[in-house]
Structure formats: structure tokens, C-alpha cells
Design a protein around this ligand. Structure first.
Ligand code: FRU
Length: 485
């Protein structure tokens, strides 16, 4: 169902709640050709100081979402915090009552600060839910921050595996029936970024691109502080998992980040994708705890990133996690414009599309540099509010500047500093994919090697796109713009 609500800043191709508060995506599950998205939701407030439920929506194309009734309500065991869903096709939990595969949700309940893991099940494809009578299924072992379970079936050991966040590390458990869990191992001491507590971990397997026999395990762990933007972010580790322990392939001090923008947190992947062994799709909360409670939206607050598909690729002898938009462009695009191949020199600012563009859109541009020190794209509206994406060839840095993007003064941390990420390009060629919605910009550079995700709040939509260079000439090799319906 297409979004028909038209309040200010409401995104068109990103999920946001009809009303109320949203944070982390939860229980992402694919079932019968539909993507289900559950999420941290407070129906009666637009800040996080309320009682958390699981909201629910579904989509066929990962862009347009249908709102569904609230899935999980708190009970005497506490508020419903983050977690996951698996489809238990073997009925290992013995909770299936009809013909439909049983959905099992495993999530944290927060009872006045005591965090334990609970279970709920659905026998109608996720539409109605029953909280398990014997919750919690994993009691708190005396750890303050003990939450956000993610469960998957591990073929080799023939067990369900649960990974959850415990302070500054993760704990791993296994189970045969999703109800009784054995503690196996911990990962995280002295590993990666330790500046904040870890939240919302995930663990999955992928083939390495171009080396189909090489499989690696990827662990995601959101960390509340210490990202490249000096705040919350999603770090990842690449390594091995044998059904018991995770071993990091890299030096413990290496920090790898899923997204180097300001607004990507609590990323988690879909379960039950038909080809889950080769394909992983994630959604993250497009926000930042530093200012999430202050965003200038009206009767709702919080939205998700564009769903992203992951791949593992070698870059300078190291395996990196790449992300690209996961939607299928062909099916949903309203209008495609090809911008002619041309040169931009420092004496002229090229206007790629003046007064024609309608948000949301995706811009894809491939460039070849010839002596320029900087290339930039400016998205601008009639009030001169603008967001700038630029690449500095001397410093090998990709940047987003949102300091003049529109409303920025609702929180001092919002427009504080440019987002920047180191990015070395080969042969002076650069490719960027940029998705602009009503209140966000997501930049995927070099086919997803670097991603920068930022919220923006222009008071009018950007309808002009300009390109510029400094100190030299740049050739546009290819440039297309797709507008969504
Ligand atoms: C992450 C988080 C989770 C927790 C949830 C509560 O953003 O803090 O760790 O389960 O939000 O809403």
C-alpha cells in the first residue's frame, strides 16, 4: 500500500510509523513473498520515554510499506524490547497449532531495568501473537545490559543459535527447540570499538565475491559510542563460527563500520529469505541516540534506512562488507532521466537537473577525474537550503555536509561536523549512488564499499541538483536519475 499520509518530513520510500515513536527494526522476516518488519514502537508518545511495543508492517518491494496492527504488547514481564523472529518449519518448539508454519519471536523484556529474553509465537503468519506462558526463556545471569537476541538455524551443528548483547560483548547460546538454551561462549573482550555498550548483534554467513568456495561469518554489533562520527554506530567483524564460538579474522583493534554517516543504528538482517545462505538483506534505524528524541517531526518520530543487500568483497587484501540498496529498481520507478556525458571544469557549476526533480529519487553517477582536487554534488531548494556530497581527491575522503540542509538547530549535535569517510579510488574513477527522500540522504560509494547515511530536514524539497569541481576538470562518464512513483 502506498503511503497516503502527507505530513511534513514524512518519508515516501522509507518506513516510518503512522503516529508515535519508532526505534530499532525487530523480527525482520520474509514469508510468502512479503517482507515483514516489526519495530520498537511507542504508540502514544514521540520520544523514547514510554512503554515499548512491537509495531508491525509489511512490504512486497522493500520500499512501500503497509501498516499493520501492533504485534506485541507488554505484560507483567516488562516492556517489549528488541529481538528477532524465526519461522520454525520443523515445529521444533511444538507450538504450531494449524497448517501455517509457526513464527517464533524471541526478544528482550525489560522489567524496570531487569532484562531477560522472552518468547512469543504466531500461528497465522505473524498477524496475531501469544506470549509464551513460561517466559523468560533466558533468565538474567546478573548482567545489567543483557538484550537484543538474534536467532538463526545453524546447519552444521543442527542447532538454533542465539547471539545477544551483554555489556561490551556478545554471548552465544544454542538450543534444539527454541525454548531451552545453553550458554556456549562470549566474544568481544578487547575487540573492536569498546567505547559504548554493544546492542543488537547479528551473525550470518556469506560467500566471498569472486571466490564462491570461500565462506565467512559476519558479526554486526551496534555500539552506543565511538563510531567515526563520535557517537552510536554499527561495527562489524569478519571471521569464523563453528556452532560454538566466533573468532575474529582481523586484529582486535581494527574497527570496521557498516555505515560512516551519522544515522545508521541497530542494523539487523531478514530471516527466512529463500536464499539466506547467499543473500543477506538488512534494515537499520536511520537515527542517532544523541538527538533521536528531538527530531522536528510532528506526530511521529523515527524511520528506517533503505533496505540494503550485503556482500563480501576483497579490498586491498582485506575482506570488506559492502552494502547496496536492496530494492529492484525496474519494478517501481516512475521516471528515468539520463544526463548527457560531459565535462565539468572549475569555472562552471553544472546544473544537472534544475527545477525538475521530484523527491524521492536515486542518482547514480560515474566520474573520471582529470586534475581536479574536489568534486561535489549539491542538492538545493528555492530557499537555498542544501546538502553537499563531495569527494576530496587529495585527502581521499568522501564527505557529506548537512550544516545548511534545512532545520538543524533542534539539537546541537545534529549539524556539528561534516560526515567523512576515507575512500581511496583507483584510476581516478569514482562511482556514487545517492538516494534522497523527503528527510534523508544515503550515499553508496564505489558499489557499496562506503555508505554514508544522514537525516536532513529541508523545509522545502530539494529540486535542483548541481555539480562542481575545484582546480581542474572532471568527466561525467554516466549519470542517471530515477524518480520513484
Ligand atoms: C537499541 C536499543 C536496544 C533495546 C532497544 C530499546 O537502540 O537500546 O538495545 O532493546 O533499543 O528500545
Amino acid at each position: 500500500m502506498e503511503n497516503t499520509i502527507t505530513d511534513r518530513f514524512r518519508p515516501k520510500i522509507h518506513f516510518a510509523p503512522k503516529t508515535g515513536w519508532l526505534n530499532d527494526p525487530n523480527g525482520l522476516v520474509y514469508y510468502k513473498s512479503e517482507y515483514h518488519l516489526f519495530y520498537q514502537h511507542i504508540p502514544d508518545r514521540i520520544d523514547h520515554n514510554g512503554i515499548l511495543h512491537w509495531g508491525h508492517a509489511k512490504s512486497k518491494d522493500l520500499l512501500y510499506w503497509e501498516h499493520l496492527p501492533i504485534a506485541l504488547y507488554p505484560d507483567q514481564n516488562g516492556d517489549i524490547w528488541s529481538g528477532c523472529i524465526v519461522v520454525d518449519k520443523m515445529n521444533s518448539c511444538k507450538l504450531q497449532s494449524g497448517k501455517e508454519n509457526v513464527f517464533v519471536a524471541i526478544f528482550t523484556q525489560n522489567n524496570k531495568g531487569l532484562q531477560e529474553q522472552s518468547l512469543a509465537f504466531s500461528n497465522d503468519g505473524g498477524m496475531s501473537w501469544t506470549l509464551f506462558a513460561d517466559n523468560p526463556i533466558v533468565a538474567n545471569p546478573g548482567i545489567k545490559d543483557f538484550r537484543d537476541p538474534k536467532v538463526f538455524w545453524h546447519k552444521k551443528s543442527e542447532r538454533w543459535i542465539m547471539i545477544l548483547a551483554a555489556g561490551h560483548l556478545v554471548r552465544i547460546y544454542n538450543s534444539q527447540n527454541l525454548l531451552n538454551w545453553n550458554f556456549l561462549s562470549e566474544f568481544g573482550e578487547g575487540e573492536g570499538c569498546q567505547k559504548g555498550i554493544w546492542e543488537c548483534p547479528d551473525l550470518f554467513k556469506l560467500n566471498v565475491y569472486g571466490q564462491e568456495s570461500l565462506e565467512k561469518w559476519v558479526m554486526l554489533a551496534s555500539v552506543l559510542d565511538g563510531s567515526p562520527m563520535n557517537g552510536p554506530g554499527v561495527q562489524y567483524f569478519i571471521g569464523e563460527f563453528d556452532g560454538h564460538s566466533f573468532v575474529n579474522d582481523n586484529h582486535p583493534e581494527i574497527n570496521l563500520w557498516l555505515d560512516q554517516g551519522s544515522d545508521c543504528y541497530a542494523a539487523t538482517t531478514f530471516s527466512n529469505l529463500p536464499d539466506r545462505d547467499q543473500r543477506q538483506i538488512c534494515i537499520a534505524w536511520m537515527n542517532n541516540w544523541k538527538y533521536a528524541n528531538d527530531l522536528p517531526t510532528e506526530n511521529w518520530r523515527g524511520m528506517m534506512t533503505i533496505p540494503r543487500e550485503f556482500s563480501l568483497k576483497y579490498k586491498a587484501d582485506k575482506i570488506n562488507l559492502f552494502s547496496i540498496p536492496a530494492y529492484k529498481r525496474k519494478k517501481i520507478i516512475n521516471k528515468k532521466t539520463e544526463i548527457e556525458k560531459q565535462k565539468i571544469s572549475s569555472s562552471n557549476i553544472l546544473c544537472l537537473l534544475k527545477h525538475k526533480i521530484i523527491t524521492p529519487f536515486e542518482l547514480k553517477i560515474n566520474l573520471k577525474n582529470n586534475m581536479a582536487t574536489e568534486f561535489g554534488i549539491i542538492f538545493k531548494n528555492a530557499l537555498s537550503e542544501c546538502v553537499i556530497v563531495k569527494y576530496n581527491y587529495n585527502e581521499s575522503n568522501l564527505l557529506i555536509d548537512r550544516s545548511k540542509s534545512g532545520l538543524t538547530d533542534f539539537n546541537l549535535d545534529f549539524a556539528k561536523k561534516e560526515n567523512s569517510a576515507p575512500l581511496v579510488v583507483s584510476n581516478k574513477e569514482l562511482s556514487l549512488n545517492i538516494i534522497v527522500d523527503v528527510s534523508s540522504i544515503e550515499v553508496f560509494a564505489e558499489n557499496g564499499q562506503i555508505v554514508l547515511t544522514n537525516l536532513i530536514f529541508p523545509t522545502k524539497p530539494y529540486d535542483n541538483i548541481y555539480a562542481y569541481t575545484l582546480d581542474g576538470e572532471i568527466k561525467i562518464i554516466q549519470c542517471s536519475i530515477w524518480e520513484f512513483s
